[in-house]
Design a protein around this ligand. Structure first.
Ligand code: NAP
Ligand code: ZN
Ligand code: ZN
Length: 347
């Protein structure tokens, strides 16, 4: 079992630091990957700090992984050494339940094997994520990165990209549809780019007035400052779909009033505390409040290919892995334009 270098959280309150980690030798269906870059998702911070409960330590976060294939097992057919590949939030699932059969591995009824803070499907072997120099993943959960895309910029597509693409597709966004995106962080800026690429008319709803110019550059045609109550009147009844990417508790009821009749607001952000929802804004307009979790493996490849066709990558700031603790603090202050990506060459 090769020893690889990683960065890990020892517990919920200490900073992340170096850790040597054993990865399995590639089995017949495995792909061994040299990790080049790994994005920092706000879910990394929630889990490192045990904000959702049940965190396992030491934790090596990271589920926006890109790199090149180092070696493949004897039965691997789709990849060869040197290929540019990615790994997202899952490394395996049962592959037989109704969800898996439909390509919705994220809803595997036995519980998918998530990339970190989880176990392999044996339910014993802990999984460790992408803040590390190498990873070994079964072929079916390895994605192909289109040649045209910058590798570091493509890393955030593996979580922020698929998490925003999947609901845009599921709620069937078409050219001309009016889509609202709440929060301009890692997820939010991908939501703006992807919705605009699908032809939607995008409005960015942000608590930071300073982000208006960026929102427009990324593809939004309108902007609303959510600390200004007038925004909620101005956009009342406007959107067929709202994607809410905010990581902290906020009042959903106000946003529901901005939906059209039959419109849907979809929660993507996962604030640690619950927020009460009133019936009135839902029944007055037959509106729905829903949620969405990442996306399945086939849909993740579809999203990557879509990004390849449209030349879409994330706007990133590349950092050495030693700056991860600082990056977490900046992310908490919404001081990220718009995704931090760790350069694993610095490990
Ligand atoms: P991020 O880059 O930190 O962006 C979050 C944005 O939320 C901030 O940029 C900010 O945007 C807004 N925000 C933060 N605090 C706020 C507050 N107190 N009030 C109002 N707005 C606030 O985080 P991310 O990586 O995009 O992740 C966002 C959330 O999605 C996290 O909770 C994460 O765990 C979750 N997530 C879910 C999935 C899924 O499958 N559903 C996948 C990945 C991540 P403005 O400055 O524009 O207001
Ligand atoms: Zn994520
Ligand atoms: Zn399953």
């Amino acid at each position: 079992m090769p020893t690889v270098q990683a960065y890990a959280a020892p517990d919920a309150t200490s900073p992340l630091g170096p850790l040597a980690l054993e990865r399995r030798d590639p089995g017949p269906h495995d792909v061994a990957i040299d990790i080049a870059f790994c994005g920092i998702c706000h879910s990394d911070l929630h889990q490192v700090r045990n904000e959702w409960g049940g965190s396992r330590y030491p934790m090596v976060p990271g589920h926006e992984i890109v790199g090149t294939v180092r070696a493949v097992g004897a039965h691997v057919t789709r990849f060869k050494p040197g290929d540019r590949v990615g790994v997202g939030c899952m490394v395996d699932s049962c592959r037989t339940c109704p969800s898996c059969a439909k390509g919705l591995e994220q809803f595997c009824q036995q519980g998918a094997a998530f990339t970190y803070n989880s176990t392999e499907m044996d339910r014993v072997t802990p999984t460790y994520g992408g803040y590390s120099s190498r990873i070994v993943v079964t072929e079916s959960f390895v994605l192909r990165i289109p040649d045209r895309l910058d590798l570091a910029g493509a890393a955030p597509l593996l979580c922020a990209g698929i998490t925003t693409y999947s609901p845009l597709r599921h709620w069937k966004v078409r050219a001309g549809d009016k889509v609202g995106v709440v929060g301009l962080g890692g997820l939010g800026h991908m939501a703006v780019k992807l919705a605009a690429a699908l032809g939607a008319e995008v409005t960015l709803l942000s608590s930071s007035a300073s982000k208006e110019a960026d929102a427009r550059r990324l593809g939004a045609s309108a902007f609303g400052h959510t600390r200004d109550e007038a925004t909620f009147k101005r956009f009342g009844g406007r959107f067929s779909l709202i994607l809410d990417t905010v990581s902290a508790p906020h009042d959903y009821n106000k946003y529901l009033g901005m939906l059209q009749v039959d419109g849907a607001m979809v929660l993507l952000g996962v604030p640690p505390e619950p927020t009460p929802v009133a019936a009135f804004p839902l029944i007055g307009g037959r509106r729905s409040l829903g949620g969405s979790l990442i996306g399945g493996i086939a849909e993740t490849q579809e999203m990557l290919d879509f990004c390849g066709q449209h030349g879409i990558v994330s706007d990133i700031e590349v950092l050495p892995v030693q700056q991860v603790n600082e990056a977490y603090e900046r992310m908490l202050k919404s001081d990220v334009r718009y995704r931090f990506v760790l350069d694993m060459g610095t490990l």
